[in-house]
Design a protein around this ligand. Structure first.
Ligand SMILES: NC(=O)c1ccc[n+]([C@@H]2O[C@H](COP(=O)([O-])OP(=O)(O)OC[C@H]3O[C@@H](n4cnc5c(N)ncnc54)[C@H](OP(=O)(O)O)[C@@H]3O)[C@@H](O)[C@H]2O)c1
Length: 282
């Protein structure tokens, strides 16, 4: 069986390739796509086939999908430009007659009000319109969105957000990647998986940070416009800062909350918890 992973050079994609190999898929059955030559070389060293492919390059996509049985489309990182890129991947998968197209989406993509959800919803609709057998891997937030900020939380003793008491079902990239690999290998995966770990509010994030860091950490809830300003002052570009603040509002509405069952089912175990991830990051 030939399995193609797009975005394989990215942080999630590299974990997916590693998970496929760890699950016993022969390296010569894995095709890893990306643009970054250094990271492609790192993947080639694992024995998998690599192809340098930009989503804009329809001929390269067609060549990469030749003989593919299953494709995992890892959503692109160029927010605002992703739908035509994803459409090219869907068209190439359709032309190649792949047996399954898996897509990394966002929780409740069909109803979510997050600005970030619009491209995911449109991509899911395009996949449905293609008629391809599919599975939507609706990943909630990465735990790394929080654990990567450990030093900042420790320095300031506060978590800033605009999420109120909303809960986020964050999970590590490694767990979400392992789940994606598991779904790719199921004979008939479900059409939709809502994927996330045990949920926590940002207030609970602050409390867990306090336990792990051994110091008081508080949660400060700000209006979204105020949070955007703080993030811009910290160096983020304004559109990105506004998107993050909008996502916190969605978190507050429960739109990044999912039951932990789908992820645990694909993993065969509970997902890594917030406390475990924070301890590992420390
Ligand atoms: N759930 C969350 O919290 C969360 C957070 C951030 C992002 N995401 C979404 O999840 C995806 C995967 O996350 P990640 O952490 O692995 O992101 P990442 O490390 O930025 O990886 C993105 C991957 O997409 C590839 N890519 C981007 N634009 C491309 C293009 N035009 N043509 C071909 N390949 C392209 C990149 O290839 P090269 O590096 O080789 O150029 C890379 O392999 C992101 O792209 C984004 O859609 C989710």
């Amino acid at each position: 069986m030939s399995l193609v992973v797009t975005g394989a050079t990215g942080q999630l994609g590299r974990h997916v390739v590693a998970s496929l190999l760890a699950k016993g898929v022969p390296a010569d059955q894995v095709v890893a796509l990306g643009r970054d030559e250094e990271r492609l070389a790192g993947l080639a060293a694992l024995g998998v086939t690599t192809r340098k492919v930009d989503y804009a390059d329809t001929a390269a996509l067609a060549a990469a999908f030749e003989g593919a049985d299953r494709v995992l489309l890892i959503s692109g990182s160029e927010v605002g430009h992703r739908l035509p890129q994803h459409q090219n991947v869907i068209d190439a998968a359709q032309a190649a007659g792949v047996g399954l197209l898996a897509y990394t989406s966002i929780p409740h993509a069909d109803t979510s009000g997050l600005a970030l959800a619009a491209e995911h919803r449109a991509t899911e609709e395009a996949i449905l319109a293609s008629g391809l057998p599919h599975t939507f891997l609706r990943n909630s937030w990465y735990l790394e969105n929080y654990t990567d900020q450990l030093a900042t939380y420790a320095e300031h003793g506060t978590v800033l957000g605009a999420a109120g008491d909303g809960q986020v079902s964050a999970a590590t990239r490694a767990d979400l990647a392992e789940a994606a690999a598991a779904a790719l290998l199921l004979e008939q995966p479900k059409e939709v998986y809502e994927l996330g770990g045990a949920a926590f509010s940002l207030k609970e994030l602050a409390a867990t940070l306090g336990e792990v860091l051994g110091k008081d950490v508080t949660y400060t809830d700000l209006p979204a416009a105020e949070l955007t300003k703080v993030l811009v002052a910290a160096g983020l570009p304004e559109p990105f800062a506004a998107t993050l603040a909008d996502a916190d509002l969605g978190l507050g509405r429960g739109e990044l909350y999912v039951e932990p069952t789908d992820l645990a089912e694909l993993l065969g175990r509970p997902a890594t918890s917030l406390a475990e991830a924070l301890r590992a990051a420390r």
